[in-house]
Structures are given as structure tokens and as C-alpha cells.
Design a protein around this ligand. Sequence first.
Ligand SMILES: *[C@@H]1O[C@H](CO)[C@@H](O)[C@H](O)[C@H]1NC(C)=O
Ligand SMILES: *[C@@H]1O[C@H](CO)[C@@H](O)[C@H](O)[C@H]1NC(C)=O
Ligand SMILES: *[C@@H]1O[C@H](CO)[C@@H](O)[C@H](O)[C@H]1NC(C)=O
Ligand SMILES: [Fe+2]
Length: 483
Amino acid sequence: MAGVARVESLLVQFVVSCLVLLSCLRYGNAGMTSSFVRSEYPSVDIPLDHKVFSVPKGHNAPQQVHITQGDYDGKAVIISWVTADEPGTSKVQYGTSEKKYEFSAEGTITNYTFYEYKSGYIHHCHVNGLEHDTKYYYKIGSGDSSREFWFITPPKISPDTPYKFGIIGDLGQTFNSLSTLEHYMQSGGQAVLFLGDLSYADRYQYNDIGIRWDSWGRFVEQSTAYQSWIWSAGNHEIDYMPYLGEVTPFKNYLQRYATPYYASKSSNPLWYAIRRASAHIIVLSSYSPFVKYTPQWMWLREELERVDREKTPWLIVLMHIPIYNSNDAHYMEGESMRSVFESWFIHYRVDVVFAGHVHAYERSYRISNIHYNVTSGYQYPIPDKSAPVYITVGDGGNQEGLAGRFRDPQPEYSAFREASYGHSTLEIHNRTHALYHWNRNDDGKKMATDAFVLHNQYWGRNHRRRKLKKHYARKYIDRVAAY
Ligand SMILES: *[C@@H]1O[C@H](CO)[C@@H](O)[C@H](O)[C@H]1NC(C)=O
Ligand SMILES: *[C@@H]1O[C@H](CO)[C@@H](O)[C@H](O)[C@H]1NC(C)=O
Ligand SMILES: *[C@@H]1O[C@H](CO)[C@@H](O)[C@H](O)[C@H]1NC(C)=O
Ligand SMILES: [Fe+2]
């Protein structure tokens, strides 16, 4: 039954992707700029007394509960939460049936100050030795104020395992953010790839910064307590505020949002990799040194060598600043990272690079600009079948509003762009095919607006090569496909 529905939905997707392709063809090689203008909620944060921020009942009840993958391959989670009144217990009780907790793990407690704001007690508990593809129930806190949640571990790493990722960036805490979060939660996504800029608490001053980090944690708990969000950091995580005496970059973020960086031999929680189902996901930090010989550069060079497309066919890169962006907002900000990493993305045949930062949606064709250097004069990106698709999903709905001004004319490399709020999903079907959707929040309704079939960069080619071997008399025919 599920299989039939899946095939049916796949057929629908093919039709949609053909329509998308046709609509692109109508415009020749250049892409589409959507003329859609949505009436939006005002770009202001939800008031603190709104129910989405409500503090759970009971003395010292755990709040801001969130989980993330805790190891390289998905047999561990890191469970994090905050207690406001006293340290309390850092124990997680867990098991595979409801209300019966056979196991327990002990976490750590930290607290910190930011200007005169004093954080609650922040708990991080590493729970490992889990089975793949299994539902776990867990309980945190004690007595009457304990709370219970559940999560499902990802399936074992293997090349044809289907998996559905949500992709969200620049979320913030407005009514638009709430609309994005609610639509994502209806999408059936199993884990979120988060593209940076979480709370936008740095738009506040003094102690309100810490308070808005707390409110954001309570806001997203409805999803983050039940499934892993894979974190990457944006500029709104830096919180560099000399006027408050706060000069340690990423202080609020790093205290609250743990990542399993050590599992991928990274030396820093801001860049790391995980493998989940059939995907290898690389998280980069746009705001940490990345030029040649820096720790991030050296780590990425090694991590790309560890990628095994026979086990994880899908190679996905996350970063905050888009490398290809034709919006006036943050135009060219990704150029420095492009010049350092783009040739690796081509060499290792990255499937897709997701970025946030620009508060609008944009998707590129497969293009590259690796022949450019300061003396060559080849300054334009050109079509490149080995290149990833670059997708900007910085449209979560934060209080800075939409980035409505695109460069005109639309550059050749830009396939589709629209200034609306929304989220994306990437539904991996098997080693060769994945369905991608961008879902606009259309005035409270979810609309699939940009959709296509993504062909795997590694297996697509091998597949073709295998066919060529069989029918070597036939001439090499390039496949016509959206991607
Ligand atoms: C952390 O909590 C302890 C115990 O409540 C308190 O004494 C200490 O001042 C706090 N530290 C910071 C950095 O806020
Ligand atoms: C710069 O680009 C030109 C043309 O592609 C190439 O011949 C030359 O070797 C490049 N220079 C360096 C230092 O890579
Ligand atoms: C993956 O799924 C697509 C669509 O159902 C199918 O055409 C393709 O042959 C599958 N690939 C493999 C390797 O099974
Ligand atoms: Fe940003």
C-alpha cells in the first residue's frame, strides 16, 4: 500500500518536474523569477506571553528540549534541555516501549552568563548504543514535573534506504516562522537540516538576548524534542557584542546546541559531518576560518576522502552563506568560500549544496566557475554536469522580513527564484533518485512551488557507464533530465 502510494506520488512528481522543466524551457536558458507576491504576517516577533513560548508546568520542569544525531552513523542522540530553577537531574531514562524505561544515561550540566542575563541549567545527555530504525521513548526531569517524548532512530547506513529530510533556514520567532514550522511538521520529514540563524535573539539588547534564546528553544520544541535537527551556524549565532562586554563568538549557540563533531574527527562543533540512512551530510561554518591550511579546510579535505558513495550515495553540503545568489541581499558574500571549496565540490561530485542567509528562495542550474583565477579572465559560471545544485532556503520567516530585490536580469546560472517564506524537503527514494520540493507558506497554506527529481551525481554516472558497457556499439547519448 505504502509502495503504491509512493509510486503514485513519484509519478506526480515526475509530471511536476516536467512542468518545471518546461516552464524553464519557455524562458530559454535563463531561469524564472516568480512574480508571486504574498501578503505576509508583519515581520515582528511573537510576544513572549504567547502560548508557543509557554513554560511547561511544574517546578524546574525541563524546557527547550531538543535532540540531534550523536554519532557518525545514527546509533546515538544528544538530548538537550534547560531547567530554570535549579540544576536538577541530568538523567535520561529511555526504552523501546512507552512508560517502560529499561535504560538510563547521565548527562552534563552547564550554565553561563551573557551580560547580566544568567542562563538556566543546560543539560546535554549523550545516549548511545541505540538500535537503528527503532522508536525510543524517553523521560527527563523528576517527579511531577518530569516530561516524556519519543524519537525514531534512522535506518542503518545503506545505499538504497529511503529517507526524507526537511530543510529550514533563518527561522526566527515570528508568526511567519510559526507557519513555516507547522508546515514542515505536516510534511512527514524525518530530520531537519538546519541552515543557520536560529533565534535572531541578537536583534535584542542586554538581557533580552538570553531571554529570546530561551523563548526560541521553547518555540521549536514541538519538533526538536521528537526528531534530530542537524545544526549549522549563521551570523545571528555569533553574538559578538563588545558594548556588553561579550566578545566570545557563538557563546549562546554553542552552550545550547550540541553537535557530534568529534565523531567525524572535527576539532570544532561548528563544522562536522554525519551519515544518515543513504546520505553523507557535511556541515560547514561560513563564519569560521576556511582558507587553505585552516583547521576547517584541513578537516574538509579529509572528510571528503572518507565519503563512500557505495554506502551513502547522497553527498549533501550545508552552509549558511550561499555560494550562488542573485539576490541584492548578501550578493557576493559567498564568493570567498566559492573560491576555496568549489573545485572540491566538483571533484567529489556533491549532489546538492543548501544554504540560508538570504531571505528568499533560489535554485541554480548545475554550474561551476572553477576556471576563474585572477589572470585567466574566465569570470562567468558555465554549465557543468559534475557540479552540485545550489539551493538557498533562507526563507524561514524571521523578523528581518523578505529579501525582495533580485538582480536584473536574472543570471544564466539561476534556475528559479522567489521571495516568499517556506521550507524544503528532500525525499531520497533510492541511490539514483530523490524528490526535491520547495514548499511556500501560501498565506497559511502549504504550496509545493518548485519541485524536481534530483539524479544522483555518483550513481547516475555509474549507471550510465554500466549501460554503455553493455551497449558499447551505441553512441553516448546524454540523458535529458531536469537534473
Ligand atoms: C551556575 O550555577 C551555580 C549554582 O546555582 C551558581 O552558583 C553559578 O554562579 C552559576 N554560574 C554562572 C556562570 O552563572
Ligand atoms: C589560471 O587560469 C588559466 C586559464 O584557465 C590557467 O592556464 C592557469 O594555469 C591558471 N593559473 C593558476 C596559477 O592556476
Ligand atoms: C530508483 O527509483 C527510480 C524511480 O522509481 C527508478 O526508475 C530507478 O530505477 C531506481 N534505481 C535503482 C537503482 O533502483
Ligand atoms: Fe544570516
